[in-house]
Design a protein around this ligand. Structure first.
Ligand SMILES: [Zn+2]
Ligand SMILES: [Zn+2]
Length: 264
């Protein structure tokens, strides 16, 4: 939800910035990437890695308005690995900058853009000191979960998955294992979920269970259902915290500092 009913938790769609080992990494290009792009431009950041979990609208809608992509001093690497039909990241971006949905093609981007394709399960090293473990999530058309490791700290970005009590859950737990922080798809409440089976999203209760089994230190409910107001979301957050005290409902612009351990 957007507007005054959702000022506390926020109404932007998926976009998370991670800074580690001097690198700027962005996970998904939902509408949240628009204000992020403005601040990165003001800061003069010239090197950015952008990782797509997948390309459903809520995860790409901000890309055509991401200012660093149109700055000729910027270098943008776009990573994607969820497409089971072999479509490349470049083809996916072509599909975003396409008439009649958008007036200009991706060739108008002035940044130096590099496209990086991978397969779920690959380990990515966007730069020295950062290791990113990837895995396949149970979601219509596929999605990729990421686990970022740097200086002994770990963060898992696991959105757009539906619990399956099987291989999908095992993959979520592998990526979340012992993480300092994880963001998980808690779109629905346990009461709502029966109406949305096979929509590709999970509940706070399942996320809490998976995080407990994976030994996650702190986790955030993410991908809030789009029509929630702050009042609805606060109720969900307190219900979840009563059962899982290490949970929070992620808020727009919220920041976390993760502990560094050792050199790696
Ligand atoms: Zn999706
Ligand atoms: Zn989504």
């Amino acid at each position: 939800m957007v507007g005054e009913e959702a000022l506390d938790y926020g109404g932007h769609t998926s976009c998370v910035e991670v800074r580690a080992a001097g690198r700027v990494m962005i996970f998904d290009a939902g509408s949240g990437i628009i204000p992020l792009g403005k601040s990165l431009l003001e800061e003069g950041v010239t090197e950015i890695d952008l990782f797509f979990s997948h390309v459903h609208y809520d995860h790409i809608i901000g890309l055509p308005y991401f200012l660093p992509a149109f700055w000729n001093k910027a270098k943008l690497r776009i990573w994607a690995g969820h497409m089971q039909d072999g479509s490349t990241p470049e083809q996916l971006v072509d599909g975003i900058f396409r008439q009649p949905y958008f007036p200009i093609t991706k060739d108008y981007m002035r940044a130096e853009v590099e496209y990086c394709q991978f397969k779920p399960g690959d380990i990515l090293t966007p730069g020295s000191g950062v290791r990113i473990v990837t895995g396949s999530l149970n979601h219509p058309n596929g999605a990729v979960g990421y686990r970022v490791e740097a200086k002994g700290a770990s963060f898992a970005y696991l959105t757009d998955f539906e619990h399956d009590n099987g291989a999908g859950d095992a993959e979520v737990m592998r990526l979340a294992q012992g993480a300092d922080l994880a963001l998980l798809d808690a779109t629905y409440t346990p009461e709502e979920y029966p109406r949305y089976v096979k929509f590709g999203h999970s509940t706070w209760d399942h996320c809490g269970d998976l995080c407990a089994r994976a030994g996650v230190k702190r986790w955030g409910m993410f991908h809030h259902m789009h029509m929630r107001s702050d009042i609805d979301q606060a109720e969900i957050e307190s219900a979840a915290q009563a059962k899982y005290p290490n949970s929070i409902a992620a808020r727009q612009d919220q920041r976390f500092e993760l502990p560094e351990r050792g050199r790696k």
